[in-house]
Design a protein around this ligand. Structure first.
Ligand code: FA5
Ligand code: MG
Length: 381
């Protein structure tokens, strides 16, 4: 584990570790493991799959899309609650604001949980076509397509009020159609033919809202969210008469499809057998796994309490086992006559780089059991 940098500088902002990680402060829930990822900026490395993908998306917007998109990829990931939530109309009681879902630096400051945190400001500055790429942070579950730090690219395009005239569509349908065409074109540019589908969804900041799913590793995987921007956001940024669309791409998910990368943890690997497989501007390569190491499964059962959440469990497990944990999955759940609820979780341990010994895994599992008992105050069975 590399030593944590004491001072980072991102987008001209100096960040000291103690400003971000304040252990024991109830208004702060950022662990060291998360702090150590701030400033790595995988999306700005031309030979990293995330950087290669970012550049390929830039290329699509430069070549195939009318209107010049301004690009931002160095905005500081530490933002205000206002930027992250209020400015994009996230309701006061929305779950995404909770300490269970978001990393708080203090009561007013978070690690952005999406690149949408920058939408309102950039619109207010008068931008009409822009892309924002950055690292985003979420307390989340653990499996091959979820990681607590990942990368998004936001895209926003504002239309003037009569762009749709002559199209036989109203302004909203015109924007929605243009949005879907733009993203289908992007998928075509990146993947050629790929099995995908649109799903209707909800976001506080767009209406209508959609998600795009791609068929990958035998499952439908959500790769992006998008929609027609809520009028209120445009109104507040002084664009009363306009219509706009916005999207947020999950860059790891798209890169998994593009390079055939089976597990999201690999993006953080410094193993040369991973890093050496990618080079600047190369989209055609498929990742060749180093021989597949066997997983090892350990089950643990406990009586939960009222404050138990799966995100808290995952953070504790990740705090002990780091990237050696591949998946944490609820496999049994029952409530007894006394009203006590028991959960059984199956933890899959697997290194992407080597075989783990039985000893090592047993040690890990004992430490995990201890930590789960002590930090979550559950009763092991
Ligand atoms: C958003 O974050 C919205 N801000 C996207 C958006 C922007 C919608 C603009 C409309 C307009 P969502 O929470 O669904 O939406 O995340 C977007 C994408 O990020 C997902 O589709 C997925 O590809 C990726 N993603 C979400 N959580 C994780 C995670 N834990 N690990 C890796 N990728 C993730
Ligand atoms: Mg989603």
């Amino acid at each position: 584990c590399p030593p944590l940098a004491a001072l980072l500088e991102i987008g001209g902002v100096k960040i000291a570790k103690d400003d971000v990680v304040r252990e024991g402060d109830p208004a702060n829930n950022v662990p060291d493991t998360i702090f150590s990822k701030i400033g790595l900026q995988l999306h700005r490395r031309d030979r990293h799959p995330i950087g290669i993908l970012k550049n390929a998306i830039y290329e699509y917007f430069d070549e195939k899309h009318e209107g010049k998109f301004l690009k931002f990829d160095d905005l500081c990931p530490i933002v205000s609650v206002k930027q992250n939530f209020d400015d994009v109309l996230v309701p006061a009681d929305h779950v995404s604001r909770s300490y269970n879902d978001t990393y708080y630096v203090d009561a007013q400051t978070v690690l952005r949980c999406h690149t949408s945190a920058h939408q309102a400001e950039l619109l207010r500055e008068g931008n009409t076509h822009f892309l924002v790429t950055g690292d985003v942070y979420r307390r989340d579950s653990i499996d091959s397509t979820h990681y607590p730090v990942f990368h998004q690219m936001e895209g926003v395009r504002v239309f003037s009020k009569d762009d749709h005239v002559g199209s036989d569509m109203d302004a909203i349908s015109y924007a929605a159609t243009n949005l879907k065409k733009t993203l289908e074109g992007l998928a075509q540019h990146l993947f050629g033919a790929v099995e995908m589908r649109w799903v209707d969804t909800y976001f506080p900041f767009t209406n209508p809202s959609f998600e795009l799913e791609i068929f990958f590793q035998e499952n439908w995987m959500e790769v992006l969210g998008c929609g027609v921007t809520e009028q209120e956001i445009l109104k507040r940024s002084g664009r009363m008469d306009c219509v706009a669309w916005a999207f947020g791409l999950g860059l790891e998910r798209l890169a998994m499809v593009l390079f055939d990368i089976p597990d999201i943890r690999l993006f953080w690997s410094t193993d040369e057998r991973f890093t050496s497989q990618f080079s600047k501007g190369q989209l055609g390569v498929k990742f060749k796994p180093f021989s597949k190491f066997p997983p090892c499964y350990k089950d643990m059962s406990f009586w939960i309490n009222e404050s138990f959440t799966e995100n808290n469990l995952c953070e504790v497990v990740r705090g002990i086992a780091g990237d050696l944990v591949e998946e944490v999955k609820l496999i049994d759940n029952f409530t007894n006559k006394k009203g006590m609820t028991s959960h059984c979780y199956r933890i899959a341990y697997r290194s992407m780089e080597r075989s783990l010994t039985d000893d090592e895994i047993n040690q890990l599992q004992w430490s995990v059991r201890d930590a789960v008992e002590n930090k979550l105050k559950v009763v092991l069975r």
